[in-house]
Design a protein around this ligand. Structure first.
Ligand code: NAI
Length: 251
């Protein structure tokens, strides 16, 4: 940052796109970025339906039904932001899925779908946006990794590998995007109370809660505030980092 500035509406005039914004962590990220003054484009799969419009309405933003794994997803985002806003300042790759199975039963379908949504999409979207000159200088890419990408987790080889891969993306892209004046960082949440973790069997859920650095399930806003920090122009010297939120190693 050039000087000590007020943090009141630090994202005023900025356009931010959040994937997986219909619910959970993504919906709260949309809220926090809008609170900080950004115009938020909330993206999620078409099947998210009403929930997506609800997020968009709540934050005074725009809903963009979009499957991040679609071959034309990057093109669609680039066209949307170039036509309506002249570009995009912030992209939060938050959309993510789990398809858990112990390694012996880990089939190709589970492996491929998790890698596609959690790892390939964040890479493809950023590539496309940069190639199409849709990401503006001064902007920020924030990827949502996971403590499972740092420490691993039983039954989650596919998920852990995808989230570790996201950290590799951040490391690799940081110097490349720096040339464009764009930062890229990741948050690695521990156990956060959302629909995703509500699907975990109770006993495992309790282990997750205890391993959280707060010793209880974290809240979506814990993650969202860290994303907001990376999106804030005050952190324009901060790139290539992975920050654990509510997370410590499970072992
Ligand atoms: P969630 O399941 O509540 O929400 C995920 C959202 O992503 C849903 O609205 C879903 O429709 C959307 N989505 C899924 N596939 C998509 C696709 N192909 N295209 C567009 N949108 C898609 O999950 P939650 O808990 O809010 O997780 C958000 C992110 O945080 C994920 O990347 C997840 O892996 C990560 N995370 C979550 C943790 C937790 O404890 N809840 C811990 C660590 C990371």
């Amino acid at each position: 940052a050039a000087s000590v500035e007020s943090w009141d509406k630090p994202l005023a005039g900025k356009v931010a796109l959040v994937t997986g914004a219909a619910r959970g962590i993504g919906a709260t990220i949309a809220e926090v970025l809008a609170r900080d003054g950004a115009h938020v484009i909330a993206a999620d799969i078409p099947a998210a339906g009403e929930a997506l419009s609800e997020t968009a309405n709540k934050v005074g933003g725009t809903a963009l039904p979009l499957d991040v794994t679609a071959a034309d997803a990057g093109e669609k985002i680039a066209e949307h932001v170039l036509e309506r806003h002249g570009g995009l300042d912030i992209i939060v790759n938050n959309a993510g899925i789990t398809r858990d199975k112990l390694l012996a039963n880990m089939d190709a379908g589970r492996w491929n779908s998790v890698i596609s949504v959690n790892l390939i999409a964040p890479q493809t979207l950023v590539n496309e946006l940069v190639e199409r000159k849709a990401l503006r200088a001064g902007g920020a890419v924030v990827d949502v990794s996971s403590i499972a990408g740092i420490a691993g987790n039983r039954g989650q080889t596919n998920y852990g590998a995808s989230k570790a891969g996201v950290i590799g993306l951040v490391d690799t892209y940081a110097p490349i995007l720096a040339k464009e004046g764009i930062t890229i960082n990741a948050v690695a949440p521990g156990f956060i109370e959302t629909a995703m973790t509500a699907a975990i069997p109770l006993a495992t859920r309790e282990v997750g809660r205890r391993m959280n650095s707060l010793q209880q399930g974290g809240q979506t806003v814990d993650v969202a505030e860290t994303v907001a920090y990376f999106a804030n122009p005050a952190s324009n010297a901060v790139t290539g980092n992975v920050v654990r939120v509510c997370g410590q190693s499970l072992l």
